[in-house]
Write a protein that binds this ligand. Structure first.
Ligand code: HEM
Ligand code: HEM
Ligand SMILES: [Fe+2]
Length: 442
């Protein structure tokens, strides 16, 4: 690495991988519960496991985003992080808040609004933590001689994510109003400001890995930002169909959210065309695999599978079923998990100053996790479509239908096992590189 303080990224990534592994464990617990083996129920009921699964997901992704930022900003701005000490305090306090939140879910300390379950007192600690992070990164950029479009878009994404956390912290008495603002956080994160983070990370990776001119690559980034804002903001309406707001949201939500795949398609075309233009292929091939994989699977999971249920005419049947979970898995994986794994794969040789040869485990990590996730998506998708048919068309009772679709969860467990082996190999490869050390170390 160019700057000593970049090494903090390695530790954020480690935190991320630990939480990611835990998330997978909770996924298995739920999958087994779906086939009738809910052994942990007396201690951790299904809803607590589910909440832990999805909150761990958000926390590990955020931890990776932060690690990526602490690596990328010094590189782009050509200077050390403003305060490495503050970055360490921020890492430790972030981990602590995460652990307390997860432990709390197990004893019923939560708010109960999907994805925003973290209780209010911890929300304040999250805000303080994020302010430390934004200050530290902001000062690094501010005091540097040079900066880049990539850095500015990344910072804009991080800053607006922080801002959009706040609507989830206001208390409302009315269910509709509460739901209305919950989506400002959940939707506007994943289909708005996180896309800016993802776009800028992809941009950075493509500049490094393909050798195409920065000007060409960064021009695309503007298009992505434009498409994201055009479609994503009013696209929030696809969550307003059935919550009790005026009916014009059916039209607004349907129309604008149907445009959202364009931003993801833009990212795919962008990555593929940069790859084809590449003047020299970087020696870190596996980082390129993850980058291209992200550009393609994010479109499949978010763009294609999101589009599949975004029209009110379809959503009236699929709303809140396993069809949503099918889309949620592939979208989160393709877009945000993969972009972070791409960044980790890229940073690793630089952070540790070790150019290890890729092994079978390196490539199997990529192929098995992706094949596993595709198979998981198919299994949950078939379960979801069957659920829609039996529950919403035939009119069978919810629990009766759950019994009927149990078999698909055996498929899910098999697919998830392949996925988990892939992720284990990725983690094994990460630690194969050893601890971070400076370039030209003694
Ligand atoms: C990477 C981007 C995306 C991620 C990570 C993502 C993830 C998710 C998740 C987790 C949910 C469930 C949320 C909840 O119930 O609290 C959801 C719901 C939904 N998503 Fe996405 N999504 C993404 C992009 C998209 C796009 C581009 C579209 C449309 C074109 C879309 C359409 C929908 C719809 C219609 C729902 C509501 C499903 C229901 O009614 O139950 N998503 N998404
Ligand atoms: C071993 C791997 C995994 C298994 C077995 C698993 C299983 C499950 C199950 C059974 C559910 C609950 C479905 C229900 O409502 O009944 C769930 C929810 C969810 N999982 Fe996973 N999961 C795994 C990994 C992942 C990964 C890697 C991600 C993200 C990249 C993820 C994202 C989600 C999301 C976003 C939800 C909530 C979906 C919704 O809003 O409806 N899961 N998972
Ligand atoms: Fe959405």
């Amino acid at each position: 690495m160019k700057f000593k303080s970049q090494s903090i990224a390695w530790y954020f990534f480690v935190l991320s991988l630990v939480l990611f592994s835990l998330q997978i464990v909770y996924g298995f617990v739920m999958a087994f519960a779906h086939v009738g083996y809910d052994w942990l129920h007396p201690w951790v009921p299904f809803n607590a496991v589910r909440t832990t699964h999805i909150n761990l997901l958000v926390v590990w992704l955020l931890s990776s985003f932060m690690g990526a930022t602490y690596f990328l900003v010094p590189d782009e701005c050509d200077r050390e992080i403003h305060s490495p000490k503050l970055a360490w305090i921020q890492l430790a306090s972030f981990a602590l808040v995460g652990v307390v939140a997860v432990a709390g879910f197990h004893v019923g300390w939560w708010e109960g609004r999907k994805f925003l379950e973290i209780p209010r007192p911890l929300d304040y600690l999250v805000v303080i933590n994020i302010l430390m992070f934004l200050y530290n990164v902001g000062m690094t950029i501010w005091n540097s001689e040079r900066t880049s479009t990539t850095v500015m878009v990344l910072y804009m994404g991080l800053f607006s994510s922080a801002l959009l956390y706040l609507p989830g912290m206001i208390t409302f008495d009315h269910q509709t109003v509460d739901s209305y603002f919950r989506w400002w956080v959940v939707h506007l994160w994943v289909e708005g400001v996180w896309e800016l983070i993802m776009g800028s990370l992809l941009c950075y990776l493509l500049i490094k890995l393909t050798g195409v001119d920065r000007e060409v690559i960064e021009k695309w980034l503007y298009i992505i930002v434009g498409l994201t804002f055009l479609s994503g903001i009013l696209g929030t309406g696809h969550h307003y169909y059935w919550i009790g707001v005026p009916s014009y949201w059916l039209w607004v939500g349907g129309f604008f959210s149907a445009l959202e795949p364009l931003a993801f398609l833009g990212m795919t075309i962008y990555a593929v065309s940069m790859y084809r233009k590449s003047t020299r292929i970087h020696e870190n091939k596996i980082a390129l695999f993850w980058t291209m994989g992200c550009a393609i699977l994010s479109f499949v999971g978010a763009g294609f599978l999101g589009f599949a249920h975004t029209w009110p005419q379809v959503n009236i049947y699929t709303h809140g079923t396993l069809v949503t979970a099918m889309h949620g898995h592939m979208a989160f994986w393709g877009a945000y998990a993969m972009v972070n794994l791409a960044i980790m794969a890229y940073c690793l040789p630089l952070l540790t100053d070790r150019k290890l040869k890729p092994t079978m485990a390196t490539y199997l990590g990529f192929w098995l996790s992706n094949a596993g996730m595709i198979a998981m998506t198919i299994a949950i998708g078939i379960a979801g479509i069957t659920q829609v048919y039996l529950e919403r068309i035939v009119g069978l009772d919810f629990l009766l239908v759950q019994k009927e679709i149990e078999v698909h969860f055996i498929g899910l467990i098999l697919a998830a096992s392949v996925f988990a082996v892939g992720v284990t190999l990725f983690i094994y490869d990460y630690f194969r590189y050893g601890f971070p050390r400076e370039a030209g170390h003694a």
